[in-house]
Design a protein around this ligand. Sequence first.
Ligand code: HEM
Length: 141
Amino acid sequence: MLWLLTLHIAALLVWAAGLIYLPVLIAGTHTDSLALGDSPASADSIARWVFTRIASPAAALAIVAGSAVFLVNGTTDLWLMAKLTLVTLLVVAHAFSGLLVIRLEAGKSVVPASRVLLVSVLLLMAAILWLVLAKPVWGWS
Ligand code: HEM
């Protein structure tokens, strides 16, 4: 079981780093292309590479390993249900960063949305880490 939890934590650390780096990278790439008067980032932007080759595989591995820990442990405590609800929002934020990569490559405005995404991701991760480390006791727990 420990190796499953280790795999879960290792994958979520890469996923979390990707989710923090992507909005910064997307906003930075857009600003640079404006400054240099370059054409918008092409369809093989580094942002797309980070999204498809690092953040998305890490997300899949973190979710599969976490689900395996969940099945092996059989934990049904309310804090874990609350955690998984927030993780669902993190998956939505992940999808949104993919949308921003497409907008970046189309030369559309991405900076305000990248800022909102970065703040949302940081708040969600802080709340998830608090729940999974503090394991608060509520209701039927
Ligand atoms: C669908 C996705 C996920 C599932 C099913 C899942 C499930 C689990 C389960 C069952 C545990 C063991 C909890 C215990 O009994 O101690 C665990 C541990 C953990 N999870 Fe997740 N998790 C998911 C996503 C995440 C995400 C996105 C994060 C962080 C951003 C995260 C952070 C952690 C941490 C830090 C631990 C270790 C807690 C400890 O040291 O006690 N998990 N996860």
